[in-house]
Design a protein around this ligand. Structure first.
Ligand SMILES: NC(=O)c1ccc[n+]([C@@H]2O[C@H](COP(=O)([O-])OP(=O)(O)OC[C@H]3O[C@@H](n4cnc5c(N)ncnc54)[C@H](OP(=O)(O)O)[C@@H]3O)[C@@H](O)[C@H]2O)c1
Length: 300
């Protein structure tokens, strides 16, 4: 007789997980696995940071090498890539057959170098960029972008989803960092606009809070234009009947001169004006504003 297993029996076997690096984020990552019943081994340079996790059932490893050897999945979350290398170098021999998932923030080339080093020692590698604060790990707000081994991502997706929703962005291990740097660039560009707006308001004795009340809905509305710009950029078709570079360059020049007239620095906005002007000089004034991207493209 063929008996269908009950839903609870269908759950995949619990992998043993190691978390190396028990700072603010690492603590919560380890806890997420512990809560779901994974055998969780932990190691931190300063051992006391493992105490509360051990009290909740985690296993304390004496060394990073012991921690690597104990887990099917080895998650590393330390300050930076230099720290990752420092921690993993003495554990290199234990890496063979392990799945190494590095959730330390970094940049593309060090991620690629680490992937090559880890696979050279017999591990499979995934690099992750975490979009969460410790308080949101495991909630709907958290998401993590992964790059590296697609097989690892598929096999361990269920475990990865314990941290936040997981998206695989490509086999080049540096890609999660490329996305990370891109998304953060967008955020800092928005901050630049915010500082410029508040400084201008301040020059007319308008409180930052007053400007911000109006700025947030305005920026949300402006963000709605981005998917359209993105389509133009991907297609390379910059024809427009609405907001072209000529109009926007005149508008931005007005903003710069009004800002200077208020005695406020324009150093955050002036480079954008220069970018637009380069396109106009090349004869693209009638093209969509989105064509400004061409001034930034990597030259071959
Ligand atoms: N916190 C967040 O909201 C957040 C969100 C997304 C991404 N991240 C990224 O996640 C990583 C960890 O962040 P965090 O907030 O957990 O940082 P954190 O609280 O400052 O903890 C840093 C961790 O790195 C360890 N460490 C630093 N230098 C080391 C070295 N040379 N050798 C061994 N261990 C070393 C520390 O060990 P000790 O305890 O011994 O000092 C600690 O475990 C960072 O790359 C961060 O950018 C954090």
């Amino acid at each position: 007789m063929n008996i269908e297993p009950k839903q609870s029996d269908k759950q995949s076997p619990k992998q043993s997980v190691t978390v190396i690096g028990l700072g603010n984020l690492g603590q919560v990552l380890a806890e997420a696995f512990l809560k779901q019943g994974h055998r969780t081994t932990v190691w931190n340079r300063s051992p006391a940071k493992a105490d509360s996790l051990v009290a909740k059932g985690a296993i304390r490893a004496a060394t990073a090498a012991e921690a690597v050897a104990a887990g099917d999945l080895v998650i590393v979350c330390v300050l930076d890539y230099e720290a990752v290398r420092e921690v993993l170098a003495p554990a290199a021999d234990a890496l063979a057959g392990r799945i190494l998932i590095n959730l330390t923030s970094g940049t593309p080339n060090p991620a690629r170098e680490l992937a090559a080093w880890a696979t050279g020692h017999g591990a499979e590698y995934l690099d992750g960029a975490v979009y969460a604060v410790p308080q949101t790990i495991g909630t709907d707000e958290a998401f993590v972008l992964y790059s590296g081994s697609p097989a690892v991502f598929e096999t361990y997706r269920e475990q990865l989803n314990l941290l936040g929703s997981s998206t695989f962005v490509g086999t080049d291990a540096g890609l999660a960092s490329v996305y990370d740097v891109a998304l953060l660039s967008g955020m800092y560009g928005m901050f630049a606009g915010f500082f410029q707006a508040v400084a201008l308001g301040d020059s007319a004795h308008i409180k930052a809070t007053e400007i911000t009340t109006l700025l947030v809905p305005w920026l949300n509305a402006a963000a709605a234009a981005l998917p359209g710009f993105a389509q133009e950029i991907d297609s390379g078709d910059y024809t427009t009947e609405t907001s072209n570079l000529d109009i926007n360059t005149v508008g931005l020049a007005n903003i710069l001169s009004a800002t200077r007239a208020q005695g406020v620095d324009v150093e955050l906005l002036a480079p954008l004006h220069a970018l637009f002007e380069r396109q106009i000089e090349q004869g693209h004034g009638a093209a969509s504003l989105s064509r400004a991207i061409e001034s930034l493209r990597k030259t071959a």
